[in-house]
Design a protein around this ligand. Structure first.
Ligand SMILES: [Zn+2]
Length: 711
């Protein structure tokens, strides 16, 4: 099928004109070095152009990574936004046992930005849910444009790393927006109908108007009737619903291209990427399909799996979908009790509370009065049949929910990215379904009750009549279908169906979710070395004089046959998490790919001997400064017990006071105190003036370094 580009251009022109009077002013975009507007969707081509322009202009704070390619060869891009000159990673200082090597696919040495708390934001896992792509672009613009002018944003970009993937499913976006054929799934080169030809029978622009809308035709067995109030709308009948009205069938514009008697049976459509992730993946005859042959069988989900595996600094993750105007926090694949209670508290009573405030929905009482959850649990026992709600102390509100069906105790989803990111990688991952016209369009009429959905559809159609000059909807016109006979073609231009309407409504959606992700960025942990001191206890010059020279701090030591000058140095370091949340989700440090926070004392390995404390010491998970409402703290991570040193250190400087050593041997590493602080101590013998460094590394809390000056 061909599209007449003149039509598309004319339509864009009309949109620009019509937005002028609904209040999009130039001042909004004043600080942009790379101009971007939201008067229409950017689609695949517009998005790629924009992010490439951003990298050209903002090279100091951005980097574009291609993490994979779709089946149709389109790159899957992640835009990294962070101060590229700031940040460091542990493998810069310590030769790790399995050192990452250049040239190994997707496992290059860590980049400095991997040593900062990471925030993943992506859109369009489902190709026809591109409102998420627009929100990603909006967030990119806010970050890069705010860097020079807004100190708060500058600090975020200096201290954190944003990984923004505007199109997880570039083929789906290309087909849905650039070509106007709505496509949820990815694209696949496969022969669906087994006739030896690939993708030869997709949808067709029957009337050649540049849009694949709908064809309606009279059919006594049809499931649709024409709406009484607005005859442009087709109302779907309930199963077994009786009607006196003329019944219709409604299909997408389509004909039988390969003469096999079927329409649209061999299109580009592939699988549902948000059913192709490993968590809870299964094939089950009873469930909706589209999950693929095996988990991460699609190049798009595979690319994300590799990226997450190699970017272990991600604590926050957002997967934008459309529509509904609410957020799913985990889980959909399993019931509530698979979540750690502390994570539930962070999800619901910190993030959920903020989200409801932003979208303008009522916050549950139990989230405000967090001290008395037991009271709410007792009350719910009387009123609710939902055992999970009773266990929590509250029902989840419309705007912040799980996709698990708690009422029927049945999982809804399988193979979903967000559950997997939480359970496997320990991210605070959420899936936001963007766009609810009743909330996102100012002064839109509010409907509740039985026919609310139909009323919203009528009002939306009227809204596009008034604000967009009716250009988003193709009026029904008679058409004779080659196989189905007389009928009419018309309906919403597919691009504008089910997504936030461009212009003011889309901008409002973008702004709300930018505010929400900004809030979540403000919760990230932040590891800081607040104090580091190295003090010389003794200096040793000659082995034979060791004991004698204890007058003062002169002790001599022997190293092999050669003599050396050693300082016996005591190192004291204080490490703090100054961020709001702990350095891992509650179950995070136990996950296969995760590890607890660690501090290293580093120097030339041939010139340092660790007398007390090993080169690295484990710190557990360091709590954040925020009190988690409703969390008792009983489950909070504690610094782990260190295994006691069984043998004496490799060598002890002769003359080193043994009584002191023995006493200290009982507690070789002094990792002190839980909560937000750790105090760590070492005793080392240092040859000459070799420099010492302290490197604290937290997968999600950041890596920090301090050079010690020995005093
Ligand atoms: Zn979706």
């Amino acid at each position: 099928m061909k599209f007449r580009s003149s039509n598309v251009n004319r339509m864009v022109f009309v949109l620009v004109i019509s937005f002028a009077f609904i209040g999009v002013t130039d001042s909004v975009f004043a600080a942009q070095k790379v101009p971007i507007r939201f008067d229409d969707y950017h689609g695949y081509n517009g998005t790629v152009k924009y992010i490439k322009d951003v990298v050209k202009v903002h090279g100091n704070i951005t980097k574009l990574i291609e993490i994979g390619k779709s089946n149709m060869g389109r790159p899957i891009y992640v835009l990294v936004i962070t101060n590229m000159k700031k940040g460091t990673t542990v493998d810069t200082y310590v030769k790790l046992r399995n050192m990452r090597k250049e040239g190994v696919k997707n496992v290059p040495p860590m980049k400095p930005y991997q040593g900062k708390p990471g925030h993943w934001i992506c859109g369009s896992t489902h190709g026809n849910e591109y409102t998420g792509t627009e929100v990603c672009l909006y967030i990119i613009d806010k970050l890069v444009s705010g860097y020079d002018s807004d100190p708060k944003i500058k600090q975020l970009i200096d201290d954190q790393t944003f990984y923004i993937c505007p199109m997880v499913n570039p083929d789906g976006v290309y087909n849905s927006v650039d070509k106007g054929i709505s496509q949820r799934q990815n694209s696949m080169m496969k022969d669906d109908d087994g006739d030896g030809k690939i993708n030869e029978d997709g949808y067709d622009d029957l009337n050649g108007d540049g849009h694949i809308t709908q064809f309606r035709y009279k059919n006594p067995k049809g499931q649709y009737v024409i709406d009484d109030e607005d005859p442009r709308l087709m109302i779907r009948l309930r199963r077994n619903e009786k009607t006196e009205k003329q019944r219709y069938s409604v299909i997408r514009e389509d004909k039988d291209n390969d003469g096999d008697g079927k329409r649209g049976e061999d299109s580009e459509r592939g699988i549902d990427l948000n059913r192709n992730f490993p968590e809870g993946w299964f094939t089950d005859g009873g469930m909706a399909g589209g999950q693929g042959d095996y988990p991460t069988s699609a190049p798009e989900s595979h690319a994300i799996a590799e990226f997450f595996t190699n970017h272990t600094n991600i604590l926050m993750a957002q997967f934008y979908h459309t529509s509904g105007g609410f957020t799913y926090r985990p889980l959909g694949t399993a019931p509530h009790d698979k979540l750690h209670p502390k994570d539930v508290a962070v999800f619901d009573r910190i993030m959920g509370k903020k989200y409801l405030e932003i979208i303008g929905e009522e916050v549950p009482e139990a989230w405000k009065e967090t001290g008395s959850l037991d009271k709410f649990k007792e009350e719910l026992k009387k009123t609710s049949k939902n055992k999970y709600a009773i266990a929590r102390g509250y029902e989840l509100p419309r705007g912040w929910r799980v996709s698990y069906n708690e009422a029927r105790d049945r999982r809804y989803g399988y193979g979903m990215a967000s559950d997997w990111a939480y359970l496997q990688y320990g991210m605070y991952s959420i899936t936001t379904e963007l766009w609810n016209p009743q909330k996102d369009i100012k002064d839109f009429p509010q409907f509740t009750g039985e026919n609310a959905r139909i009323k919203v559809r009528r009002a939306l159609l009227k809204y596009q009549d008034e604000k967009y000059g009716g250009k988003l909807f193709v009026p029904w016109k008679k058409f004779k279908h080659p196989e189905l006979g007389e009928g009419e073609i018309g309906g919403w231009k597919p691009k504008y169906r089910s997504n936030a309407l461009p212009g003011k409504p889309l901008l409002d959606v973008c702004e709300k979710h930018w505010q929400f992700e900004l809030f979540r960025a403000g919760l990230q942990p932040e590891i800081v070395i607040t104090d580091a001191k190295a003090r010389v206890l003794y200096t040793v010059n000659k082995a034979n004089n060791a004991v004698a020279s204890q007058k003062g701090d002169q002790v001599s030591i022997k190293k092999g046959k050669s003599m050396g000058t050693y300082k016996i140095v005591e190192v004291n370091v204080t490490i703090e998490n100054k961020g709001k949340l702990a350095t891992h989700i509650a179950r995070g440090a136990q996950l296969a790919g995760n590890r607890e926070d660690v501090v290293w004392l580093i120097g030339d390995r041939d010139k340092i001997t660790y007398l007390q404390g090993t080169p690295f010491q484990k710190l557990g998970v360091i709590e954040g400064t925020m009190r988690i409402p409703g969390d008792s703290g009983r489950e909070a991570a504690r610094p782990p017990q260190q295994p006691q040193m069984r043998r004496m250190p490799r060598f002890i400087p002769p003359g080193f006071p043994m009584r002191r050593m023995r006493r200290q041997r009982l507690q070789p590493t002094e990792v002190k105190s839980g909560g937000t602080k750790r105090k760590v101590k070492w005793l080392v013998a240092v040859e000459g003036d070799t420099p010492l460094k302290v490197v604290v590394t937290s997968q999600k809390g950041g890596t920090k370094v301090k050079n010690l000056s020995i005093q």
